[in-house]
Design a protein around this ligand. Structure first.
Ligand code: 3EB
Length: 343
């Protein structure tokens, strides 16, 4: 038992389930702490969804998060949250047309309220953020919409006194074809350990050729989640070496490069904790720009990781745009293993 358990931190747990199995968990009228649904119905308060098409055969899935039984729900401005006093799961859905605001302003407002929700609940440390932007690669009046988002996001981090460079949270940012700006996040009471990828320039240090303000995220984060376990949150990972997109137009080579980047991030994680993570045992979400590329990506993953590996069995494939026009595939993931930080 670690010292942390003596202080009574309720453990955080996560399981990837079919939509049917996740809905069965709330059949007695008692909803789990929270979930992120992929292809799930959008009307469950405890399960905010991702508005992208699921293309894997298993269909709709959910990452169900379990915390302690005493879950309180509330709002902080545009944020809806659920919190057990130690762990916080939040969701924001902001429609540009309804709000009459552009993406820079909406991103700023969303993150401003996100930081308010952290203060309000006392869960002041972000563990992971999932961002979904409608029409991410479209022009936003002279600036690509992803770049507009980066502008508003970084500004909100800086204004809130949050780490916008080294120490930024793990995150992903994908494009959806339509709908609202969707942000989901997980936070806790202790700071996670941010990780970078030695093969890549830190995103918060990308040169200004990628936009006036750099993206605000770390390549991964490690967090103790109670019960003697460590969680690894791997940010969206793509075919970028240094700061450049590589293998333009070649989805096979992009997938191979993405796997090398995932290996590098997992290697960095294993150096910073006593837990052991590996590429064939993660719960991944695979985003492909073109649905027709999904079988190609899946074949490469099967060959590299083993067709029966946990990563293969659990992977969810979604149709989504990647934040750079020249990227065709992106993979993000989380994993939990026994151990502690340091070691
Ligand atoms: C990249 O490596 C690919 O803006 O939050 C990955 C993860 C990417 C997170 C974000 C963007 C983000 O730059 C894109």
């Amino acid at each position: 038992m670690s010292a942390r358990d003596f202080h009574g931190v309720p453990p955080l747990r996560v399981e990837r389930l079919s939509l049917t199995d996740s809905l069965a968990l709330s059949a007695d009228g008692h909803a789990p702490f929270g979930a992120l649904g992929y292809g799930a119905p959008g009307n469950l308060a405890w399960m905010p969804t991702v508005n992208a098409r699921v293309i894997s055969d298993a269909g709709a899935m959910a990452d169900v998060w379990h915390a302690s039984e005493h879950v309180e729900s509330g709002t902080s401005g545009v944020v809806r949250w659920r919190c057990d006093g130690h762990w916080l799961l939040g969701a924001i859905d902001l429609d540009e047309a309804a709000e009459g605001a552009g993406l820079t302003e909406l991103a700023h407002r969303a993150y401003h309220d996100l930081f308010r929700s952290l203060q309000q609940t006392g869960c002041t440390h972000l563990l992971r953020i999932w961002n979904y932007l409608p029409r991410i690669n479209a022009d936003g009046g002279g600036l690509e919409r992803y770049r507009q988002f980066n502008l508003g996001r970084q500004q909100a981090f800086v204004e809130a006194g949050q780490a916008a460079f080294e120490g930024a949270p793990a995150a992903c940012a994908l494009g959806i074809h339509q709908g609202a700006l969707c942000i989901r996040f997980l936070a806790g009471r202790s700071a996670p350990m941010p990780l970078e990828n030695p093969r890549q320039v830190s995103a918060y240090h990308y040169p200004p050729t990628y936009g006036p303000r750099s993206p605000t995220f770390s390549r991964a984060a490690l967090a103790e989640i109670g019960g003697g376990d460590v969680a690894l949150f791997i940010s969206g990972t793509a075919s970028i070496v240094g700061h450049e997109s590589v293998h333009h137009g070649d989805v096979r080579a992009q997938t191979e490069e993405t796997l090398r980047n995932l290996e590098a991030v997992i290697g960095a994680a294993n150096e910073r904790c006593s837990a052991r993570f590996s590429l064939d045992a993660i719960d991944a979400v695979v985003y492909v720009r073109h649905v027709a590329d999904a079988p190609v990506v899946r074949d490469i993953l099967a060959r590299r990781l083993g067709a029966g590996s946990r990563t293969m069995r659990h992977a969810v494939y979604l149709e989504a745009d990647i934040c750079r026009q020249d990227l065709l595939v992106e993979i993000e993931a989380h994993a939990v293993a026994g151990g502690a930080l340091g070691g």
